[in-house]
Design a protein around this ligand. Structure first.
Ligand code: ZOZ
Length: 709
C-alpha cells in the first residue's frame, strides 16, 4: 500500500483505511493505495468482503483541490484519473462497504457511490459541493448519483452544493444503514451480512433514472431556476447538463460528457476565482506574528453592551455557539425590546424550518439581561455594541475597565471609530480589540477582527479562533478609518452617486452592477441600510477629505428631505409595505433638476463604464490598504468582499478580479479616470509599481504589515 492507505484484516473482512490528514483528500497516492488494497482483497481467499473507511476525523472530503490548481496553472500535465479506479472498486466481486463519518464530499462521495453499500454515522455529512469551487463532480458523480437518488435529488445536491446529514440521506437511498456506536465494528458486521451475495454495480442501475418524457419538465425547471438563482454562473448549468447526459447516454458515454463539462468548468475564470476564494478564506487564519501555537484565553461567557440590532444579533450568534451571554442596556424598556426582537427572529427561523423549537428554547435560556455592569464581573469577553459615538464609547470602556476581571477581553463592535483611542481610556489596552460584525450579525459570515497598536497576541489568537466557533470568517485587519471593508465601500457608494450626478439613472447604476454579479446595486444597498448612516459618516469625516475634492450632493439632499431608504418608504427608490422597490418618478425629476443646477455635464453612461468606475475605485483603495499594511494579503481583502459585501465569488474578490483583468490595464483605466475626474482617482502607488513590473496583487507580500505589527 502507499503511505496514505492502510490495509488490515478483521477476520474475513478486509479493512482499507485512508490516512491522509487533515481531511483525507484524494491526493496522489490515495487512489493508488485503495486500488492496491482492492487487488489484495481479490487475491485473498480468506477475505469475503471489504470495508473502506477514513482514518481520523473524517471520510474523504474530496479531490485534492491543490491538484486542480497545479493542472490549471500548467505545473501538472496529466488529468486527475480517479474514474478508472472507481470502476475497479465497482467491479470487485467481493462486496465493498464504505463506512462514512465526518464528511464524504465531492470525490469522497463519488468513491462512496462506486462502492456496493454505504453505511454511516448519523451525523456524517454527504454532499457534492463542487459548485462552490465553480466545477461539477468529475469522477462519475453526475452519472452515479441520479442512479442512486433519482434525477431531482441529484440536481438539487449538485447545483446547491449543500451537504445533507446521513440520517436524511438514508431516507432517499444514498445511505443504506445508519450505524449507532462504533462505526468500524458496525460496518464490518454489515460487510459480513452481505458477503457472498452478488454485488450491485451502481453504474448498471437504472430504476431511478426516469424516462425522457418525465424528465423533460424537471430539467427545464432546473435550468430556469439555476439561471435565476445563480445569475452569471456556468457550473450549475453544466451540472444539470451532465445529469441529463446520465439519463440519455450509456454510463461510459455519460462519463465522457461529464469529463468534458468538468474540464470546461475547471479551466474557466469562474472556477479559478472560486478556488482562490476557497484557499484565501483558509489563509486568513495564518498571521505571521501570531503563530498557531499562540496561547488563547478560554471564552466560556460573553457580556454584551447594547440590546439594539447589533447587540441582539451578536447575542444570538454566541447563544447559537452554546456560549452563555448577558446583555446590558441603560433601561429596562431597551432590554425588553431587544429580547423581544431576538425572540421574534428565532420564531421566524423555527417557522422557516431552520431551527427546532427545542433548539431555540435551549438558546434562549443562554441569554440573560441586566442593567448593571456588576454582572460583567465574571465574563471572559465583552462585546460593546452601543451607539457609534466616540465620547459614549470612551465612557463605556472606562466603566468596563472597572467592572471586568483581569484577563477578560474587551472588544468593540465599532465600524468606524479608532480602536486605539478607545483602548487608551482603559488601564489595559492589550485586552482591547475590535470585533466588527456585519448586519444582520446572526446572518452575515464576515467578522473583521481589528488589531489595535497594543492588542495582545493572545487576544488576537483567541478572537480569530472564536470567530470560527461562532461560524464566522474572521479576518484580521488594521486600525484605519472604515477598517478594510468600509474603507473601500465608501468610495464605491460615493462613485455610484457621482454616476447619477453625471446622468445615469439609479436603476442603470444598480442594474449594471447586479448584471455583473454583485448581490445588490450600491444605491439599493444604501436604501437597505438607511441613507442617514452614510450621511452621518460623511458629515463627521468631511474635514479629513482632500481639500477641494469633489463631493456628492444628491444623497445628502434625499436625506434632508427625509428619504432615508426602506425604513421611510423612500430613498433612491420607493418601497411598498412589503419593502419591494420600484422606480420613483419623483427621484428622476428631482435628480434632473438638481443636476441641471449643478452644472455637471449630463451624458449617457454605458454599463461597462459604470462597472469599471465602481469596481476600480474599490481596487485602488484596496491597493492603498495593502501597501499601508492594514490588510495582510490581497486574499484577505477578497475574503472580506466575498463574505461581507455580496461580491460574486466567481470573480474571486476585487483584488483577484483586478489581477485577472491585468494590473496594467486596470492602472491605465484608473489613470484615464484620474484625468477625467480629478484627485479622488489618483492611482495608488502600489498599483503603479505592480503594473509597471508586470506583477499581480497576489504576488505582493509586504515585509511587515500593520495588521501584523
Ligand atoms: O475543508 C472543508 C471543505 O469544505 N473542504 C472542501 C470540500 C470540497 O469542496 N470537496 C470537493 C472537492 S472537488 C472534488 O472532489 C471534485 C471531484 O468530483 C473529483 C474530480 C476528479 C477529477 C476527475 C477528472 C475526470 C471541510 C468541511 C472538509 C473541513 O472543514 P474544516 O473547517 O474542518 O477545515 P478547513 O476547511 O480549515 O480545512 C483544513 C485544511 O484542509 C485543507 N483542505 C480541505 N479540503 C481540501 C483541502 N485541501 C485540499 N483539497 C481539499 N478537498 C484546507 O485548505 C485546510 O488546509 P490548511 O493548510 O489551511 O490547514
Amino acid at each position: 500500500m502507499t503511505d496514505l492507505v492502510r490495509y488490515t484484516k478483521n477476520g474475513d473482512v478486509g479493512v482499507i483505511t485512508i490516512e491522509n490528514p487533515p481531511v483525507n483528500a484524494l491526493s496522489p497516492g490515495v487512489p493508488e493505495g485503495i486500488d492496491e488494497a482492492i487487488q489484495a482483497i481479490a487475491k485473498d481467499p480468506e477475505v469475503k468482503a471489504a470495508v473502506l473507511i477514513g482514518g481520523g476525523k473524517t471520510f474523504i472530503a474530496g479531490a485534492d483541490i491543490k491538484e486542480f490548481v497545479k493542472l490549471t496553472s500548467g505545473t501538472r500535465q496529466n488529468d486527475i484519473g480517479i474514474l478508472p479506479f472507481l470502476l475497479k472498486i465497482e467491479d470487485s466481486t467481493k462486496p465493498v462497504v464504505v463506512a462514512i463519518h465526518g464528511n464524504a464530499l465531492g470525490g469522497g462521495l463519488e468513491v462512496a457511490q462506486a462502492c456496493h453499500y454505504r453505511v454511516a454515522s448519523a451525523d456524517a455529512r454527504v454532499g457534492q459541493p463542487e459548485v462552490n469551487l465553480g466545477i461539477i463532480p468529475g469522477a462519475g458523480g453526475t452519472q452515479r448519483l441520479p442512479r442512486l437518488v433519482g434525477v431531482e435529488k441529484a440536481i438539487e445536491m449538485c447545483t446547491t452544493g449543500k451537504p445533507v446529514k446521513a440520517s436524511e440521506a438514508v431516507q432517499f437511498g444514498l445511505i443504506d444503514r445508519i450505524i449507532d456506536g462504533d462505526l468500524l465494528a458496525g460496518a464490518v458486521a454489515f460487510a459480513r451480512e452481505v458477503a457472498g451475495k452478488p454485488t450491485r454495480k451502481t453504474r448498471e442501475r437504472t430504476e431511478k433514472l426516469g424516462n425522457a418524457e418525465q424528465n423533460a419538465p424537471v430539467f427545464a425547471a432546473a435550468r430556469e431556476s439555476a439561471r435565476k438563482k445563480y445569475r452569471g454562473m456556468i457550473c450549475q448549468l453544466a451540472a444539470i447538463d451532465a445529469i441529463e447526459a446520465a439519463t440519455k447516454l450509456p454510463f461510459e458515454k455519460g462519463c465522457e460528457e461529464e469529463a468534458r463539462l468538468f474540464y470546461q468548468c475547471l479551466y474557466s475564470d469562474q472556477s479559478k476565482a472560486q478556488i482562490h476564494a476557497f484557499f484565501a478564506e483558509r489563509e486568513v487564519s495564518k498571521i505571521p506574528d501570531v503563530p498557531k501555537d499562540t496561547p488563547t484565553i478560554p471564552v466560556n461567557s460573553v457580556a454584551i453592551v447594547g440590546a439594539g440590532t447589533m447587540g441582539g444579533g451578536i447575542a444570538m450568534v454566541c447563544a447559537n455557539a452554546g456560549i452563555p451571554v448577558v446583555i446590558k442596556d441603560t433601561d429596562q424598556a431597551a432590554l425588553d425590546h431587544g429580547l423581544a426582537t431576538i425572540q421574534k427572529n428565532y420564531a421566524t427561523s423555527v417557522k422557516r424550518g431552520r431551527f427546532t423549537q427545542q433548539y431555540v428554547d435551549e438558546r434562549l435560556k443562554l441569554i440573560k439581561t441586566t442593567l448593571n455592569y456588576a454582572d460583567f464581573a465574571n465574563a471572559d469577553m465583552v462585546i460593546e455594541a452601543a451607539f457609534e459615538n466616540m465620547a459614549l464609547k470612551k465612557e463605556i470602556f472606562a466603566e468596563l475597565d472597572r467592572a471586568c476581571k483581569r484577563g477578560a477581553i474587551i472588544s468593540s463592535n465599532t465600524s468606524t471609530l479608532n480602536i486605539d483611542e478607545i483602548a487608551a481610556v482603559t488601564s489595559r489596552p492589550e485586552a482591547v480589540i475590535g470585533m466588527h460584525f456585519f448586519s444582520p450579525a446572526n446572518v452575515m459570515r464576515l467578522l473583521e477582527v481589528v488589531r489595535g497598536r497594543k492588542t495582545g497576541k493572545d487576544v488576537i489568537a483567541t478572537c480569530m479562533q472564536l470567530s470560527k466557533k461562532l461560524g464566522k470568517v474572521g479576518v484580521l485587519v488594521g486600525n484605519c478609518r472604515g477598517f478594510v471593508g468600509n474603507r473601500m465601500f465608501l468610495p464605491y457608494i460615493r462613485e455610484a452617486q457621482f454616476l447619477v450626478e453625471e446622468g445615469a439613472t439609479p436603476e442603470q447604476v444598480d442594474k449594471a452592477l447586479v448584471d455583473w454579479g454583485m448581490a445588490m446595486g450600491p444605491l439599493a444597498v444604501g436604501d437597505l441600510g438607511g441613507l442617514d448612516i452614510a450621511y452621518r459618516i460623511r458629515k463627521e469625516f468631511r474635514h479629513l477629505e482632500k481639500p477641494g475634492a469633489r463631493q456628492p450632493f444628491v444623497e445628502d439632499r434625499l436625506v434632508e428631505m427625509g428619504r432615508l431608504g426602506q425604513k421611510t418608504g423612500s430613498g433612491w427608490y420607493k418601497y411598498d409595505g412589503e419593502r419591494r422597490a420600484s422606480s420613483d418618478p419623483e427621484i428622476a425629476s428631482l435628480v434632473k433638476k438638481w443636476n441641471a443646477e449643478s452644472g455637471i455635464p449630463q451624458r449617457q453612461i454605458s454599463p461597462e463604464e459604470i462597472v469599471d468606475r465602481e469596481i476600480y475605485i474599490m481596487v485602488n483603495e484596496g491597493a492603498r490598504i495593502l501597501e499601508e499594511g492594514f490588510a495582510l494579503r490581497a486574499g484577505d481583502i477578497d475574503t472580506i468582499y466575498v463574505n461581507g459585501y455580496g461580491f460574486p465569488a466567481y470573480r474571486g474578490g476585487p483584488m483577484w478580479y483586478a489581477d485577472t483583468v491585468g494590473l496594467k490595464k486596470v492602472y491605465d483605466r484608473i489613470s484615464e479616470f484620474h484625468r477625467q475626474h480629478g484627485a479622488l482617482w489618483e492611482p495608488a502607488p502600489l498599483l503603479k509599481k505592480l503594473a509597471d513590473s508586470g506583477k499581480k496583487f497576489a504576488d505582493y507580500e509586504r515585509d511587515s504589515a500593520r495588521a501584523a505589527d
